[in-house]
Design a protein around this ligand. Structure first.
Ligand SMILES: Cc1cc2nc3c(=O)[nH]c(=O)nc-3n(C[C@H](O)[C@H](O)[C@H](O)COP(=O)(O)OP(=O)(O)OC[C@H]3O[C@@H](n4cnc5c(N)ncnc54)[C@H](O)[C@@H]3O)c2cc1C
Length: 274
C-alpha cells in the first residue's frame, strides 16, 4: 500500500473503499491476503492518526452508503481508536510508566541477540520475519497481523512488550500512542487483566489464506502479569494566568480548517511542549 500524504488522497481512498469494498468488510476484514491485496480493509489509519480526516467524516461517509446495521462492524472498529485515546487520556500514568520502563529495558536488551534477531527479521519463524520486512518497507501491517506479531514477540520470542511497541512506533505511519501501547498491553494480557491474545498456527494459516505453513509457536503461554492498576486522573487544563479562551493544537490534528474552531479569534501563541 502506498500512502500519499494529502487530504485529496485520503478522501479518494475513503470514497473508493466505501463504494467498492465496505459491503464485504465484516466478512473479509480479518484476512491478511498480503501487502499487494489490501482492498478488504480501508487503509485509512495513517490519515486518521494524523488528523487529515477524522472519525466523524469516515462514519458519515459510510452511513451515506449503507444503513447503520450494515455498517455496524466498520463503525465499531473506527471507534476503537477513539475509545483507546479517551482511555489513555484519562490515565496518563500508563504512558509515563511505559516510557520509564522502556528506558530501563532498552538498556538491558541493547546487546540481546534474541532481540536483535527479532528486529532484523532473522528468527526461525518465517511469517514473523516476513512481517518485519513488510513493516519496515511498507510502514503498515494488517490488524490481525499486528495481533499475531505482538503475540509471537511476547509469548514465543519471550521479549518485553515495551520493546515491541517501540519497534512498531518507529515504523508505522499510523503510529499512535494510545492504539499502539494499549494494543500491545491487550495482547500481553495486562490491559484486560488475565486475558491475553495467543496466536496459533491454524489461525495464521487460515487468515493469511495459507500463505504460511509449519509455524511453531508457544500456544499455551500464560498471560503476563502486572501489579499496577490505574485509576482515572481528572485533568485540569485551565490556566489562571490567561483570561482568554485557549486552544491546544497537537501535531496529530492536521485538519484545523474542518473543525468548529476556525471562526474563533484566538491570540497567536505558539508553545512547543516537550
Ligand atoms: C499491537 C497493535 C498495535 C496497533 N497499533 C496501532 C497504531 O499505532 N495506530 C493505529 O491507528 N492503530 C493501531 N492498531 C489498530 C489497528 O491494527 C489499525 O488501526 C488498523 O490495522 C489500521 O488499518 P485500516 O485503516 O485498514 O483499518 P480498518 O480495518 O479499515 O479500520 C478502519 C479504522 O478503524 C480504526 N481501527 C480499526 N481497528 C482498530 C483497533 N483494533 N484499534 C484501534 N483502532 C482501530 C483505525 O483508525 C482504522 O483506520 C494496533 C493494533 C494492535 C493489535
Amino acid at each position: 500500500m502506498k500512502f500519499e500524504a494529502s487530504k485529496a488522497a485520503a478522501l479518494n481512498r475513503l470514497n473508493n473503499f466505501v463504494e467498492k469494498n465496505l459491503s464485504e468488510y465484516s466478512k473479509l476484514r480479518n484476512f491478511d491476503f498480503g501487502p499487494e491485496k489490501r482492498s478488504n480493509i480501508s487503509g485509512l489509519s495513517p490519515y486518521i492518526t494524523h488528523g487529515i480526516i477524522n472519525e466523524k467524516e469516515v462514519i458519515e461517509k459510510s452511513l451515506s452508503k449503507f444503513s447503520f446495521s450494515k455498517n455496524e462492524k466498520f463503525i465499531q472498529e473506527v471507534l476503537w481508536r477513539t475509545y483507546w485515546k479517551g482511555w489513555l487520556e484519562l490515565r496518563p500514568n500508563v504512558w509515563t510508566d511505559y516510557l520509564v520502563e522502556l528506558n530501563k529495558i532498552r538498556e538491558e536488551y541493547k546487546d540481546n541477540q534474541n532481540y536483535k534477531n527479532a528486529i532484523d527479521g532473522k528468527t526461525n519463524i518465517e511469517c514473523f520475519n516476513f512481517w518485519v520486512t513488510e513493516l519496515k518497507e511498507n510502514n503498515y501491517l494488517h490488524n490481525h497481523t499486528r495481533m499475531w506479531f505482538a503475540s509471537i514477540w511476547i509469548f514465543t520470542l519471550e521479549l518485553p512488550w515495551q520493546l515491541g511497541a517501540e519497534f512498531f512506533m518507529q515504523h508505522l505511519y499510523d503510529g499512535d500512542s494510545a492504539s499502539n501501547t494499549l494494543g500491545w498491553r491487550w495482547v500481553a494480557g495486562i490491559q484486560t487483566q488475565g486475558k491475553h491474545y495467543l496466536a496459533s498456527e491454524w489461525n495464521i494459516k487460515k487468515f493469511t489464506n495459507n500463505r504460511f505453513n509449519n509455524i511453531k509457536l508457544n500456544e499455551n503461554a500464560p498471560p503476563k502479569v502486572s501489579e499496577k492498576t490505574y485509576s482515572i486522573v481528572k485533568q485540569d487544563f485551565s490556566n489562571k494566568n490567561i483570561d482568554d479562551e485557549n486552544l491546544f493544537i497537537f501535531e496529530n490534528s492536521l485538519s484545523f480548517e474542518t473543525t468548529d474552531f476556525q471562526n474563533h479569534k484566538f491570540k497567536k501563541n505558539l508553545h512547543n511542549f516537550k
